[in-house]
Design a protein around this ligand. Structure first.
Ligand code: TYM
Length: 336
């Protein structure tokens, strides 16, 4: 029986992935690779929608790939590749740019949030059309499942709308992808500002647990997490966002239900809770850091994994692109 396709990706826009990326997405990727024909992409072209230091970018692309593998992606059964190694992504993005309306693209909240910082006049056009490139990433691989965190829901909706519009106008080419968003870990919050999501582009470093942080740094960040003054350990995200975020993280890394944790922490102080959360997070994260460092010691091995992945990805992506070109009335180049 053939397995259903799956695609997901992350931006290589920081020197480490964080706990939100891991619990919101990467952990699902590892679990789902058994049951799906999975494609995992490092979206370097998305990262350059804001200015990047070239040396850092190259390093971060490899480090992102290394973290995927260190977290448990199997490079033999899954296809792991760099977006810019598969030119069909850019080509389909242009075509979808011509299908997407200015109005629907303007409604994307990520653009509104990100462009607010420097003023939307200064934001790149790439940042504006970012979700359309994301739609191309997805639709090229005809995936049934796209495992992501909550913040990607709107981009998945746009992707589905573009696929449906294309299919209605030109005949069915695209499968309808479904977002796979796990409720419990859909949104991990910043430790210092627990009503905002943990994010590599926002927030101060103290609020973000990086997968590549040293154990002592993780411990310090978790111990200085913002909580509240009533001293009771309860899961109430509205009134107790800090404590609830810690419980959510603890539950995710220990696989114990939140209700069981709350029960066992009756009469116990925040200090003990934080210590236990820190220990549990470190137990999950430090093997990933160590394996990542090992992989980064042999970048030519890493590059060869990524080149093999790109060759496999190109086969699938080029076929979809040819179907799209045919449907549109473009004449496919037989030399490709
Ligand atoms: P990115 O790089 O911001 O995040 C990668 C993944 O991590 C999830 N995530 C979170 N989950 C829970 N809590 C958080 N605090 C948290 N922060 C991030 C994100 O939801 C995401 O699943 N646009 C995408 C990259 C992309 C993509 C794609 C994703 C490009 N093409 C195609 C899926 C399919 C992004 O910026 O993710």
């Amino acid at each position: 029986m053939t397995k259903p396709n799956l695609l997901s990706g992350m931006q290589p826009s920081a020197s480490s992935l964080h706990l939100g990326n891991y619990l919101g997405a990467l952990r699902q990727w590892v679990a789902m690779q058994q049951t799906h024909s999975a494609h995992y992409v490092i979206v370097d072209l998305h990262a350059i929608t804001v200015a990047q230091d070239p040396k850092m970018l190259a390093e971060n692309i490899r480090k992102t790939a290394a973290q995927y593998i260190a977290a448990g992606l199997d490079v033999d059964s899954s296809t792991l590749f760099i977006q810019s190694h598969v030119p069909a992504h850019s080509e389909l993005a242009w075509i979808l740019n011509c299908i997407a309306s200015f109005g629907e693209t303007s409604r994307m909240t990520q653009f509104k949030d990100k462009s607010q910082k420097g003023g939307s006049d200064n934001a790149s056009v790439g940042l504006f059309t970012y979700p359309i490139l994301q739609a191309a990433d997805i639709l090229l691989y005809q995936p049934k499942a796209v495992p992501v965190g909550e913040d990607q829901r709107q981009h998945l909706e746009l992707t589905r709308n573009l696929a449906e519009r294309f299919n209605n106008r030109y005949g069915k080419v695209f499968e309808m992808p479904e977002a796979v968003i796990l409720k419990e870990t859909a949104k991990i919050y910043d430790l210092q500002n627990p009503t905002a999501k943990m994010s590599k582009s926002a927030g101060e470093p103290k609020g973000i647990v990086n997968l590549l942080d040293e154990d002592s740094v993780i411990s310090k960040k978790i111990k200085s997490a913002v909580t509240d003054t009533d001293g009771e350990i309860k899961f109430e995200p509205e009134s107790k966002p800090g404590v609830s975020n810690l419980l959510g993280i603890y539950s995710a890394v220990s696989d114990k239900p939140i209700s069981v944790l709350v029960e066992s922490y009756q009469g116990v102080g925040y200090g003990q809770l934080k210590q236990d959360v820190a220990d549990a997070v470190i137990a999950t994260v430090s093997p990933i850091r160590e394996k990542t460092n090992e992989l980064m010691n042999d970048t030519s091995h890493l590059d060869s994994i990524l080149e093999k992945g790109a060759a496999k990805a190109r086969e699938t992506a080029d076929k979809t692109l040819r179907d799209v070109q045919n449907a549109l009335g473009l004449i496919p180049n037989r030399n490709n």
